[in-house]
Design a protein around this ligand. Structure first.
Ligand code: F6P
Length: 318
């Protein structure tokens, strides 16, 4: 029977993580548990940076971006001796269950801990939306809205100057943020790992746009092509002069959207319920609007199928 649980955020921060932490703390207390903050992800577990939290510890956190617990990337956590020291610290606080909020790196850490007997449950917190077992990860909606707002602004200036804006968005290896942004802003072309890049097709679509429009937008998923070289190609081979923008970490900041707050709150509750029910090495997912849990290993498997969304994008943006 679990009595004390810890909660941590790890990897890249995402808007809505604070809402998830808040839900874990309050649900935990409602289940009769003591809840502990583990600061800075697995680093805090390794260093013993752990502290008890109360209902009030999470007051006024729901609407804040980032994560008030702090976060870190700790590649060394794949070493057994590092995990053993972290587990020692958990024992010192009598913590017998952990909620790990983050993306795939966080999930691999949670799985490794579960294999060593520590009950862990994951919550998907990443702007990348790259956990296949869940339809949405916490932070994706806010990041998408930020990207759309930035591209709308870039469109104003590219329209005035009759230019083509080439915009790189984040997403690591996942094209969701790029494709959803491209649909939401009515871009002329999108380049993602899943949908590919055909140079001739891109030039054709920009030349076609130049016949009826005073601007063009190309969205590129993170680091998939050299956008400066692409800008030169567009400038040389189409009527538009091109300019580039990398949106970068701005996409990770800001107040979480209402959708991210709601999903985070529901997922936080579900994670605690899963720990109380004795689940080990599972994670919370949203599938067809239902909050469920799935083994982490399964949630990380599978390919990203963007085919249908991309088909719609091409039909309505040609
Ligand atoms: O996973 C979230 C993310 O923002 C990715 O989109 C990006 O590739 C990466 O983190 C950037 O990491 P860092 O903040 O460590 O540079």
């Amino acid at each position: 029977m679990i009595k004390r649980i810890g909660v941590l955020t790890s990897g890249g921060d995402a808007p809505g993580m604070n809402a998830a932490i808040r839900a874990v703390v309050r649900a935990g207390i409602d289940f009769g548990l003591e809840v502990y903050a583990i600061y800075n992800g697995y680093l805090g577990m390794y260093e013993g940076d752990i502290e008890r939290m109360y209902r009030k510890s999470v007051s006024d956190k729901l609407r804040l971006g980032g994560t008030f617990l702090g976060t870190a990337r700790l590649p060394e956590f794949d070493q057994e001796e590092v995990r053993l020291k972290a587990i020692e610290n958990l024992k010192h606080f009598d913590i017998d269950g952990i909620v790990c909020i983050g993306g795939d790196g966080t999930y691999h850490g949670a799985m490794a801990l579960a294999e060593m007997g520590v009950p862990t449950v994951g919550i998907p917190g990443t702007i990348d939306n790259d956990i296949r077992g869940t339809d949405y990860t916490i932070g994706f909606d806010t990041a998408l809205n930020t990207a759309v707002e930035c591209v709308d602004k870039l469109r104003d200036t590219s329209t005035s100057h009759h230019r083509c804006s080439i915009i790189e968005v984040m997403g690591r290896n996942c094209g969701d943020l790029a494709l959803w942004t491209a649909i939401a802003v009515g871009a002329e072309y999108v380049i993602t790992a899943e949908t590919g890049y055909k140079p001739d097709e891109l030039i054709d679509s920009i030349c076609k746009a130049a016949k009826t429009k005073t601007h063009a937008i190309i969205i590129v998923a993170e680091k998939l092509v050299d956008i400066n070289e692409l800008a030169k190609k567009v400038t040389d081979e189409t009527p538009f002069e091109a300019r580039t923008s990398v949106l970068g970490h701005i996409q990770r900041g800001g107040k979480p959207s209402a959708r991210d707050r709601v999903i985070a709150s529901e997922m936080g509750y579900k994670a605690v319920e899963a720990l109380v029910n004795g689940e080990i090495g599972t994670c919370v997912c949203i599938k067809n609007d239902k909050i469920i849990t799935t083994p982490i290993k399964e949630a990380l498997e599978g390919v990203n199928d963007l085919e249908e969304k991309y088909r719609v994008f091409r039909i309505i943006n040609k």
